[in-house]
Design a protein around this ligand. Structure first.
Ligand SMILES: O=C[C@H](O)COP(=O)(O)O
Length: 252
């Protein structure tokens, strides 16, 4: 029964956040108990803040994650960060394949799959992002794109415990635009069918997050959609009040 899946509200701070923003994270920690009945909370700050946030979050109801990792565990890869390093800093989940990494760094499905496996190797959950661009949507290619990204990015061995899928239409990210609830329902149902077909019972239990301009004013409608098991939140996750309000919007 997919309806019994506990929602996850994950905040992706992207390339935002200095030590001074720790006060906003403190406010999230303070407010988390009020929304704990609604959803699990995860904040993915920039890598520079993972260790400090994880230390603050110890014993609290907010997990700390990271936004990307290198597929290898160590080696001569200047500027890169291994999943093991992020886990060592306290990250329990790692986002991989975000559309901004696909676009800015030319990351493809095969690399993203290796990164998801790297997250597992380090003991972290992989949050694998998929989503179509505006051009692909206009060309009627959305389902083909999503099918291909899922097939290529998700490793064999994915389970409800080690993998989360985040559907993020690229045209909805940071634009204030969102698909209609009906569109989200159809696409999440399509993703669920593919997950169940490949991963059987585990696929039926996997979380499928929606991401793209989620905010307090639209969270309740989006989170009530069948097969939407939480959100991957960008801009609105930088403010504790908005992030917590989004979690409050999850159905009981
Ligand atoms: O990872 C988060 C998504 O890219 C959504 O970003 P946004 O909430 O700012 O649209």
């Amino acid at each position: 029964m997919t309806d019994a899946i506990r929602p996850l509200i994950a905040g992706n701070w992207k390339m935002n956040g200095l030590k001074a923003q720790a006060a906003e994270f403190d406010a999230m920690l303070n407010g988390a108990a009020d929304v704990a009945g609604k959803a699990d909370l995860l904040v993915c700050p920039p890598a520079t803040l993972v260790a400090a946030f994880a230390e603050k979050a110890r014993g609290k109801k907010v997990a700390v994650g990271a936004q990307d990792c290198h597929p290898k565990a160590s080696g001569a890869h200047t500027g890169d960060i291994a999943a093991e390093m992020l886990a060592d800093a306290g990250a329990t989940a790692i986002i991989v394949g975000h559309s901004e990494r696909r676009a800015d760094h030319g990351e493809g499905d095969a690399l993203i799959r290796q990164k998801a496996e790297a997250a597992w190797r380090a003991g972290a959950i992989a949050i694998v992002c998929i989503g179509e661009t505006q051009g692909q949507r206009d060309a009627g290619q959305t389902l083909d794109i999503l099918r291909g990204q899922l097939a290529g990015s998700l490793p064999d061995g994915s389970t409800a415990a080690n993998l989360v899928v985040a559907y993020e239409p690229v045209w909805a990210i940071g634009t204030g635009l969102t698909p209609t609830a009906k569109d989200v329902e159809q696409i999440h149902e399509f993703i669920r069918e593919l997950l169940t077909s490949r991963f059987k019972a585990e696929g039926a239990k996997m979380r499928i997050l929606y991401g793209g301009s989620v905010k307090p004013s639209n969270a309740a409608e989006l989170m009530a959609v069948r097969n939407v098991n939480g959100a991957l939140v960008g801009g609105a996750s930088l403010k504790a009040a908005d992030f917590l309000a989004i979690a409050k919007g999850c159905p009981n």
